[in-house]
Write a protein that binds this ligand. Sequence first.
Ligand code: B12
Ligand code: SF4
Ligand code: SF4
Length: 447
Amino acid sequence: MPTLAEHPSVIRFKEHASANKDFHEEVALDREWLYALCLSSGVDDIGFVEIDRKGMESEKDEILTLLPGTKSIVALACKINRDNIRTPSRSVANTEFLQSGEQIISAAKRIVSSLNDKGVRAVSISGLFPLEMDRWPGKIWDVSLKPLAVAAGLGHMGHHRMVIHPRFGSFIYLSAILIDREVTSYDQPLDYNPCLKCKLCSATCPTGAIASDGHFDFASCVTHNYREKLGGFSDWTENIVSSGNKKDYRKRVSDSETASMWQSLATGGNTKCDQCMAVCPAGDEVIAPFITDRKAYIKDIVKPLQNKEESIYVVPASDAESYVKRRFPLKKARAVGNGLRAGSISGFIMVLPRIFQRRQSKGIKAIYHFTFTGNEKVLATVTIKDETIKVIEGHIGKANLHVHADSKTWLKFLAKESNIVWAIIRRKIRVKGPLKLLIAFGRCFPS
Ligand code: B12
Ligand code: SF4
Ligand code: SF4
């Protein structure tokens, strides 16, 4: 039996280590070498950030969980072919998205593999599906790529909340590689924001998710866009199981929607929209037609998307439902559930600001105190006023309404599995204050 030192793998490791000293000793990686490696692997731009950079605090813990000992982040961007996204054809745009996703994932895999060959530990984060579904409907992504890309100088977040690259504009996919080495030099954020503040993204977004004042309505975007993914998919399956018969199912889901769901399942999850990216004129390589002939730009790129006759998936009584009817008469507001339901009280508290429908809250000025008992003991204060929401742990201020609820009963009520009146009669939920405030609260979170 050979000793560990005599084992063939150990002998080869020692030979390799002495022949590749730079890589086996923890010296900083040469920036030019790393940049060239990434470029030749198929990405279009690269930026480097050190883990301890100020402003990266929100991502640091997750990064260190994915790769303990991470010293640097290599932020990557791949171009998306813009006219394929601008076309009103969903099949063309979705193919472009799926292929661009493949491109960035394959490029990141090649880079990681080359780094591993040199003895460098590395982990790639695609930021595309698959994501961490056991956390759904919470934060299913490990690391937010947008702040990393911004820190690495790849662009800034525009009015539509995507990162705009100075040359390629909004038409980029992002990825990042975590490495256990320093790099000889790092990048700094871009000294200007490529966003032109033209608000074409707001004017074109069919759900009203991108308000002109900068508010982003996550629920409106995800309900329409992700009709065939995540919560949209749960809603579809619930339609299947709760349909009484074939006729009932066909009333709930059209034949074309069933066929579309098959397409997503068979060929890769498709989205229903990316119009905020499509119309964005920012970026040196993109801006020309917008600057030279704005009228033609609107006619050829913006109008065909705005005037496209299509179904926009909305939750009944949501901000998006009234927005579609008001702004886009050629589009059809199609009422659906979005499958966004809290599985825990902490999830309920976290998700409230994301699904808050500010237009539905018009006229409400109230402080709500929640006391959850039973499985999850949580105190929370929700303040709704001036069409905004603030959620904090504990009881703060003087409540206009106090809700005292058994946590399991409350979750069942949210999931529409039990009736609130019945729960109040059984004293599983107790309300102190005007009941109309509870009804008004419910209006702000249609599901
Ligand atoms: C979550 C997510 C979404 C969500 C939320 C969008 C958003 N603005 O963040 C939805 C499903 C709506 C979405 C849609 C799209 N996305 Co997306 N998405 C992500 C993901 C996984 C995380 C985004 C993130 O970091 N958010 C946190 C902070 C930094 O962003 P924020 O805008 O300040 O926060 C908003 C939301 O994230 C949300 N939110 C924040 N925290 C939480 C927590 C919970 C529990 C919930 C429910 C929501 C939520 O609320 C905030 C405001 O409403 C990233 C991939 C990644 N790993 O980073 C891709 C990413 C941002 N998406 C991308 C793209 C391309 C799109 C779409 C065009 C795709 C499509 N065709 O559907 C649209 C564009 C919509 C838009 N205008 O932003 C690209 C953007 C590339 C770029 N140029 O910047 C990314 C980076 C993917 C990638 N690998 O390239 N996306
Ligand atoms: S469409 Fe205009 S306002 Fe919106 S992100 Fe692009 S440049 Fe900014
Ligand atoms: S992807 Fe569509 S729905 Fe979502 S924000 Fe962009 S334009 Fe609006």
